[in-house]
Ligand binder design. Structure first.
Ligand SMILES: Nc1ncnc2c1ncn2[C@@H]1O[C@H](COP(=O)(O)OP(=O)(O)OP(=O)(O)O)[C@@H](O)[C@H]1O
Ligand SMILES: [Mg+2]
Length: 214
């Protein structure tokens, strides 16, 4: 994947391969700017690589049209972005339910699941607060609940504990690991926390060797 940079381009993830087996968890560590967020965006099909191929359950996604890809992503992948992307007008429950709304009907079962997920991340009391009235860490936990809402096959989480105190961060990693295990989903989590990284089935370290200026 390359981006424009100054007069030239910066090549990120040059020669990187990554396979996530079904139902397993993988943590990715590496210094700032080495390409972790870029890797998650590529895995999610939100960016298109200059070369190479992304496959979901064996299927190359490069050939899929934008609409098909977006619909497939909504059920296949749950994402926790580094900068949450919550909808400011909706309360916490509304933000979690938005994931379900995108793929279909929102009925009592979806409402119950959304409320249960908010309770699991410790936000039962905050369900009716809009993001502006939530702390950074609370917003992050809403984003975690939203990522899990549609029972995705793969959860991609970008520093989901970055803003959290030790105990709350520990709790969020536990919820991600538990819910993914319950649903036999795969989890890819970017973290700078060695203790959190140690809890996943596999650990990867992305080196700056894969970063080149051209
Ligand atoms: N849209 C973009 N345009 C230009 N350069 C970009 C863009 N997105 C990322 N980059 C560059 O690509 C490299 C990798 O960025 P990326 O966000 O993937 O790093 P990261 O490992 O997630 O870092 P951090 O730990 O700080 O979140 C960086 O050098 C960054 O400046
Ligand atoms: Mg990043």
């Amino acid at each position: 994947m390359s981006y424009p940079s100054g007069d030239g381009r910066i090549m990120v993830l040059d020669g990187v391969g990554c396979e996530v087996r079904a139902g397993t968890s993988l943590s990715i560590r590496g210094e700032s700017g080495c390409g972790k967020t870029t890797l998650l965006n590529l895995l999610a099909g939100l960016e298109t690589p200059d070369a190479g191929e992304i496959r979901w359950a064996g299927e190359p996604i490069g050939a899929l049209g934008r609409g098909v890809l977006a619909r497939k992503r909504a059920t296949f992948i749950g994402m926790v972005f580094q900068s949450f992307y919550l909808i400011p007008e909706l309360d916490a429950l509304g933000n979690v339910l938005m994931a379900a709304r995108i793929v279909g009907r929102v009925g009592p079962a979806e409402r119950k699941r959304a409320a249960d997920l908010l309770a699991r991340v410790g936000l039962a009391e905050r369900a009716h607060h809009v993001p502006a009235h939530l702390s950074g860490g609370e917003r992050q936990r809403v984003a975690v609940a939203r990522a899990l809402m549609n029972r995705p096959r793969v959860v991609l989480a970008d520093e989901p504990t970055g803003n959290l105190d030790e105990a709350t961060g520990e709790g969020v990693i536990s919820v991600l690991l538990e819910v993914c295990a319950e649903q036999q989903a795969s989890l890819v989590v970017v973290t700078h926390n060695a203790l959190h990284a140690a809890r996943t089935n596999e650990q990867a370290f992305l080196s700056r060797q894969h970063l080149r200026r051209q």
